[in-house]
Design a binder for this molecule. Structure first.
Ligand code: NAI
Ligand code: MG
Length: 357
């Protein structure tokens, strides 16, 4: 029996997770796979109830699971908490606790959503790239400090070991090898020592992948190229913070941040989550887009549960529903038929109907 740990979290988290659960139930039924789903607390709600954003029993369950599906954490209610108690800290601890160092973020523009992007159709047409973000190192995990002398000071440390860089760059090369065989390594080697080491390591490793072409790009240029000509990218590999920022930017190529899934892989359970946050501005309204978490569920079936056939079916179902013109509010434009603007749960239901129909 496959064990899946579900982490609803805060804000729109529980609303979108509900839709992912419908999809998992439908796949379990169709495939006759036995899937045991258990929910655990994480984030601000977990802090309120258990005094910690990642309670010990949540971490232990995640470490024993085959896969972990997380919706989102955070919200204004917890913004004034000290760093170690904040909801986002729970997420960082979970990623670290699962050693989920490779965050894989496919960025694809569904053809029916070309018009939903703020960019011109010819720019976003055929966008199909993957951002591979290092997830358990870098400045988010380095030493932090605040102190006051005559004025306030704050310190964050960007540190990487060779091993951390090698293992993520390897994921970059291997992924490129299975796709269009082009790897763009993104850094800030004109300024940062950690980036210069990163670049050296990529250069050393490329001899083992003669079939993959490699280019290095500075992160600021990459930010620009992503919206100038995203079609030039196949696989992008980069460190934690650059990957965080570039993938939010890249989401705009697809129409909405609510569309993008991710998988975070390491040597334990895979962690699957949409790339967006808890969207406090729309929480409780029933209008959040569940596609990001549903597509993350597809990645879970493919990478952790050995059911790639159903992963393909889920992606196909999402595509067909969009082709039929159905939209959640974030994707709706002036040309959207108002009768086709769906709530979170109606969108989930449509996708499930396609899946089982
Ligand atoms: P956000 O991603 O939650 O929201 C940014 C904008 O996108 C908002 O206008 C929101 O309404 C919209 N949006 C996000 N997801 C959507 C969806 N599924 N459907 C429709 N619209 C959607 O980022 P924000 O506002 O910067 O952060 C809000 C909270 O979420 C903060 O506490 C932040 O720390 C946390 N956060 C958590 C993450 C996680 O749990 N993985 C990731 C990013 C932020
Ligand atoms: Mg982000």
């Amino acid at each position: 029996m496959a064990k899946v740990v579900l982490l609803p979290g805060d804000g729109i988290g529980p609303e979108i997770l509900q839709e992912a659960k419908k999809v998992i139930h439908a796949v379990a039924k169709a495939s006759q796979a036995e899937i045991d789903m258990q929910e655990y607390p994480i984030g601000g709600g977990a802090f309120d109830e258990f005094g910690a954003p990642l309670p010990q029993h949540t971490l232990e369950a995640a470490q024993k699971a085959d896969a972990v599906l997380l919706a989102a954490v955070g919200g204004p209610k917890w913004d004034t908490l000290p760093g170690h108690q904040r909801p986002e800290k729970g997420l960082l601890e979970l990623r670290k606790g699962l050693n989920a160092y490779a965050n894989i973020r496919p960025v694809r523009c569904f053809s029916s959503l070309v018009g939903a992007s703020t960019l011109r159709a010819e720019v976003v047409n055929n966008v199909d790239l993957v951002i591979i973000r290092e997830l358990t190192g870098g400045v988010y995990f380095g030493e932090k400090k605040r102190w006051t002398e005559e004025q306030r000071f704050a310190l964050d440390t960007l540190i990487y070991s060779e091993e951390e860089v090698r293992r993520i760059v390897k994921v970059g090369f291997e992924t490129a090898r299975q796709r269009r065989k082009h790897l763009t390594s993104v850094d800030k080697a004109n300024v940062l020592d950690s980036s210069r080491m990163w670049r050296e390591i990529v250069e050393e490793m490329k001899v083992d992948y003669p079939d993959v072409t490699v280019s290095h790009m500075l992160v600021d240029n990459c930010a620009m190229q992503l919206i100038r000509n995203p079609g030039q990218f196949d696989v992008v590999v980069t460190e934690n913070m650059f990957g965080d920022i570039l993938s939010d930017e890249a989401s705009m190529l697809t129409g909405s941040i609510g569309m993008l899934p991710s998988a975070s892989l390491g040597d334990q359970a895979g962690l699957y989550e949409p790339i967006h946050g808890s969207a406090p501005d729309i929480a409780g309204k029933g209008i959040a887009n569940p596609c990001g978490i549903i597509l993350s569920t597809a990645m879970m079936f493919r990478n952790s549960l050995g059911l790639s056939e159903y992963a393909d079916k889920i992606e196909q179902a999402v595509n067909e529903i969009l082709e039929e013109g159905y939209r959640t509010a974030d994707l709706a434009g002036n040309d959207t038929d108002p009768s086709k603007i769906l709530s979170t749960s109606a969108m989930g239901d449509r996708i499930v109907q396609k899946l089982v129909g």
